[in-house]
Design a protein around this ligand. Structure first.
Ligand code: VTB
Length: 329
């Protein structure tokens, strides 16, 4: 509402929430048809094609800000691609048609199709490099954890704020050799570590509901595009997050510069990553603790989708029932 009591014009109309659900549903179903087949590329391509086809008909003037890659390396959903019917609001689009390609190819828990649609210019256009990330859920004083503080200090500060000993804190970390030191330090602080093999968009989302997920904090380095998508979801859920791109080679710095990033060491706050009104949708591909995977029934296909809106803070869980030819016609 504005001060005069009239509703603020919506930069991202809320009716697009259902449209977004359909986009990720369709991508998830396409990927799920290739679930467990051991072919990451084919599953990813199927999700990309499905997502792009569905986005083409949306009443938006969209620009891909986070996509499958920079223009010369990705034929579809490349950064800068214009999408939508050409009528409607100007928006930024961030997509990860199949987050967790390996999880899908191996039919392991946690693969999702995810995207965000935001006010034009409000999502960080990040190159596909690594990003150091930290995230906690809502309800804590601003700034109690910080990307530049040691894991030990962050765990202690979080425990103090939560009013519990450090051994009741759980940190979620990607299981990678690069995180060996981080994992050791978090355990030394007394906290537990939950490891995931892939899928840190969901990993960060878990921090927003620690009572359900048991995850209090996300720490570590994952992909930057996923960082922006996770930030968009955190904007809707009210958590805290910071990120820093890892621009450790001249080539990576040049790619970042091409996308307008001059300060290679900048610490991005949540609203630098995803600033304006945003809608996020995610549909489960494989079963996971965030979302149930696609179910192929005799004559129906079932999907489960979460849709988040930053403006009102609504989170909707949508169960979809589709005909068996969903996405094929
Ligand atoms: C993460 C995670 C992805 O890649 O960002 C990770 O979100 C990056 O780390 O699901 P690695 O390059 O070490 O895999 C994924 O696991 C897969 O895209």
């Amino acid at each position: 509402m504005t001060e005069t009591g009239t509703p603020r014009p919506q930069t991202v109309p809320r009716t697009l929430a259902l449209e977004l659900a359909r986009v990720t549903e369709r991508a998830a179903v396409a990927a799920a048809r290739l679930r467990g087949k051991g072919d990451e590329k084919a599953a990813d391509q199927a999700a990309v094609d499905a997502m792009r086809a569905e986005l083409a008909g949306l009443p938006i003037r969209g620009t891909v800000v986070i996509g499958e890659g920079e223009r010369d390396e990705a034929p579809m959903l490349f950064i800068g691609e214009l999408l939508g019917s050409g009528e409607g609001p100007e928006v930024d689009i961030a997509v990860d048609p199949l987050e967790g390609t390996t999880l899908c190819a191996k039919d392991m828990p946690g693969a999702i199709a995810v995207m965000a649609l935001a006010e034009r210019g409000s999502l960080l256009a990040a190159p596909d490099v690594y990003m150091q990330k930290i995230a906690i859920g809502p309800g804590y004083p601003a700034g109690i954890v910080d990307l530049d503080a040691s894991p030990m200090d962050n765990i202690r500060a979080l425990a103090r704020a939560k009013g519990c000993p450090t051994d009741q804190i759980t940190a979620l970390i990607l299981d990678r050799p690069r995180h060996a030191g981080l994992i050791a330090e978090v355990r030394e602080a007394g906290a537990s570590v939950r490891l995931i093999t892939d899928g840190d968009v969901a990993g960060i989302i878990f921090t927003a509901s620690p009572e359900e997920t048991g995850v209090d904090i996300y720490l570590g380095t994952g992909a930057a595009p996923e960082g922006v998508l996770a930030a968009a979801a955190m904007r809707c859920m009210g958590g805290q997050m910071q990120g820093r791109l890892i621009l450790d080679t001249a080539e990576r710095r040049r790619r970042a510069l091409d996308m307008g990033i001059r300060d290679a060491n900048r610490k991005y706050e949540l609203t630098d990553l995803a600033g304006g009104d945003v809608i996020v949708a995610a549909t489960g591909v494989t079963d996971g603790s965030l979302l149930r995977g696609v179910r192929f029934r005799q004559d129906r296909i079932q999907t489960e989708t979460l849709v988040y809106r930053s403006e009102a803070g609504t989170i909707r869980r949508i169960l979809g029932e589709h005909r068996r030819d969903f996405g094929r016609s």
